[in-house]
Design a protein around this ligand. Structure first.
Ligand code: AMP
Length: 292
């Protein structure tokens, strides 16, 4: 695996790969890698000849009171994990490499960014869309791999790619969970033992809503109430939002009648904000995917 910090050096290396007709796949991350990230690498290796992983904690997607400074980082461990999993290029630019001057250009996707996490984290998705655009321009991948853990992010990136005719195929990948159901996240390390135990309420609430839907409940309001009541049994859980929306348009869904809908939650445990979701799909149910 080649480690590269410079945009120029990465471009030159990838130009060489493209000249050899290699298909390039990009896995963008903020590091502190776990099996969720690794599942994206596995998926990328199935589709592409060359896998580029980026690790960049993107300052412009964090709000002023968010966890930019404390976001977990361990480049040495990440390097070993990425290399063992078969990443070809690990791109780890500094903030000054990515933003040598104050950005005067921001990519803003409207509508799909306004609800859910966009409502709780103003400006967050401008930062995401801007850095992903920069990474696409730097790497010029044929494919880019994103986890459905961030289902709204997937909807936004797909919209952006469509709207701006970006020559990349977005590949959404299923959520990887711990055996007990907790969705893997770099932020899970912030949880103390009791918070970690109570955090299981997210996946439990989602599963209960899925069961109720399978049992015939089609009212989004009723499913939301069910989720809120399950979560309220965990005294440490502080709900940010529980939403049921059409996917990927993220328009409001009142009745679920065969269309694809997203059930999405964000819940705080102390200072840690966790998200989880599922897509109810008339044709394909999300396959269960567990960490090794
Ligand atoms: P992050 O490093 O948190 O920005 O995540 C980088 C990529 O990994 C994003 O596309 C995430 O959606 C994806 N990802 C994070 N956690 C998981 C998970 N538990 N399962 C699948 N993908 C994930």
């Amino acid at each position: 695996m080649r480690m590269i910090k410079s945009i120029k050096e990465l471009r030159e290396a990838l130009c060489g790969e493209r000249n050899k007709n290699k298909t390039i796949g990009l896995v963008p991350t903020m590091g502190f890698l776990h099996e969720g990230h690794m599942s994206l690498v596995d998926r990328a290796k199935q589709t592409c000849d060359i896998v580029v992983m980026s690790i960049f904690v993107n300052p412009i997607q964090f709000g002023p009171n968010e966890d930019l400074a404390s976001y977990p980082r361990d480049l040495e461990r990440d390097t070993a994990l990425a290399s063992a999993r078969g990443v070809d290029y690990l791109f780890t630019p500094s903030v000054s490499e990515m933003y040598p001057t104050v950005n005067k250009t921001t990519v803003t996707v409207s509508d799909v960014t306004e609800s859910l996490c966009g409502a709780s984290r103003p400006g967050h998705f401008d930062g995401v869309a801007t850095v992903v655009t920069k990474l696409f321009n730097i790497v010029q991948p044929a494919y880019a791999f994103f986890g459905m853990k961030d289902a709204q992010q997937v909807a936004i990136i797909m919209q952006m790619v469509d709207d701006l005719n970006m020559p990349v195929t977005i590949v959404p990948c299923p959520i990887v969970r711990e055996k007990d159901g907790l969705a893997l996240s770099s932020r899970n390390v912030y949880l103390n033992e009791e918070q970690r135990r109570q955090a299981l309420v997210l996946s439990r609430a989602i599963n209960e809503a899925k069961d109720a839907y399978a049992g015939g409940e089609k009212s989004a309001e009723a499913l939301k109430e069910l989720i809120v009541s399950v979560i309220s049994h965990s005294p440490l859980a502080d709900i940010d939002y529980v939403e049921i929306r059409n996917y990927p348009s993220l328009t409001e869904a009142a009745i679920i009648s065969g269309q694809e809908v997203l059930i999405a939650l964000a819940v705080r445990f102390g200072n840690t904000r966790l998200i989880d979701n599922t897509v109810l799909s008339p044709v394909k149910e999300e396959a269960a995917c567990f960490a090794q």
